[in-house]
Design a protein around this ligand. Structure first.
Ligand SMILES: [Zn+2]
Ligand SMILES: [Zn+2]
Length: 360
């Protein structure tokens, strides 16, 4: 079955060149079920490992509040956020979507953080993610949300891929990644780098620097950190393709998901991201883009390590919201108290009158 044949809600958008607006009548994405012709084959090793990981992480959470040293407790959120940035800032915004460019030191930092997050090598992560954007909500989407919340969250890692994922995966252009020496280095040495950076290092550092016990370091700083980061990132594939609003394009499944916005590590504005995947903020300007990943990129842009940051102009944004949004965009118009200052500053006002009247 060819991709896109069972779903109506695909963006088909990956890069700027793919921005052809939807031509058909806009309608909410249809809920589809699993492909009846596809036999599900479970991956029992992954199922076992993920079960052990989640049970161990619950124990780690208990240790974090009852037995861990205060340094472990206080530094845990920072370690978690940095781990997530390895995916959101590194694999996602830098390598999968090329929303900005980075110099070698920043690329090394992001590659280190990405390996700390252990979600497979950047090369494979970016390939799957480009597929996800190109064939959203079809069998060629590795985390196809039409197969249910559980499948798009973790289930897709617990069974063999649908043949369409493999088939269409071969057609995705990865030449930019293949010519990236750092990406290929990580891919080649992943089985050495990943255990060292994701498992050995986060266990040894708390033990060496502040005398944490092996039990707490392993269960809190290593397993709980990794497990929490996985689930937060997976929520973007599951919840943010089901629950929430669609202010930018109501014809696609991805949503702006309140829970993920609250987390503020990035990617909560998933409806926006699927419409404008080349935007380095993964959100509009102003209060929408106040998340840890964007702050991280902005900081490095300020010191010149990140550059060529791509954004969407206010005018394009307004046209798109009006044309395809579901009407839930929170700004009703000029003068709305929620209108970001950046929008106000970047608006062109022509035919201005001399400031004699009280109107504004
Ligand atoms: Zn998505
Ligand atoms: Zn994306």
């Amino acid at each position: 079955m060819p991709p896109n044949s069972r779903a109506t809600g695909t963006t088909g958008v990956l890069y700027e060149g793919d921005t052809a607006p939807p031509t058909s009548v806009i309608q909410a994405p249809k809920k589809g079920g699993p492909d009846p012709n596809h036999k599900l084959e479970l991956a029992w090793l992954n199922i076992t490992l993920f079960t052990v990981l989640h049970v161990s992480s619950v124990y780690g959470l208990w240790l974090l509040f009852t037995a861990a040293k205060w340094q472990t407790f206080l530094l845990f959120p920072a370690a978690l956020v940095l781990t997530i940035i390895g995916i959101s800032g590194g694999a996602h915004r830098l390598w999968a979507h090329r929303t900005f460019k980075a110099n070698t030191p920043l690329r090394l930092i992001l590659m280190f953080l990405n390996t700390l997050a252990f979600q497979d090598a950047v090369y494979y992560w970016a390939r799957d993610h480009r597929l996800h954007h190109k064939y959203s909500e079809t069998d060629a989407d590795p985390y196809n949300s039409q197969r249910g919340w559980f499948f798009s969250h973790i289930g897709w890692l617990c069974c063999k891929k649908h043949p369409d994922v493999t088939l269409k995966g071969r057609e995705i252009d990865l030449s930019d990644l293949r010519s990236d020496k750092l990406v290929m280095f990580q891919k080649k040495h992943y089985l050495i780098l990943m255990p060292l950076i994701c498992f050995v290092l986060p266990t040894v550092v708390p033990m060496y620097y502040w005398g944490e016990s092996l039990n707490c370091a392993w269960h809190c700083f290593t397993l709980l950190r990794w497990c929490a980061s996985l689930n937060i990132v997976w929520l973007v594939n599951s919840s943010a393709h089901m629950y929430g609003k669609r202010p930018y394009d109501k014809s696609i499944a991805p949503t702006n998901e309140a829970f993920l916005m609250w987390f503020r590590v990035g990617e909560g504005y998933h409806n926006y991201h699927h419409v404008f995947p080349w935007d380095y903020k993964s959100a509009e300007l102003g209060k929408y883009s106040r998340d840890a990943t964007t702050y991280f990129i902005d900081f490095f842009a300020r010191i010149g390590w990140a550059y060529d940051l791509k954004s969407v102009s206010t005018e394009v944004l307004r046209q798109r919201i009006t044309r395809t949004g579901d009407g839930t965009h929170p700004v009703w118009g000029w003068g709305d108290k929620d209108q970001p200052q950046e929008d106000v500053d970047s608006t062109t006002i022509t035919h201005r009158r001399k400031e004699t009247a009280v109107d504004s």
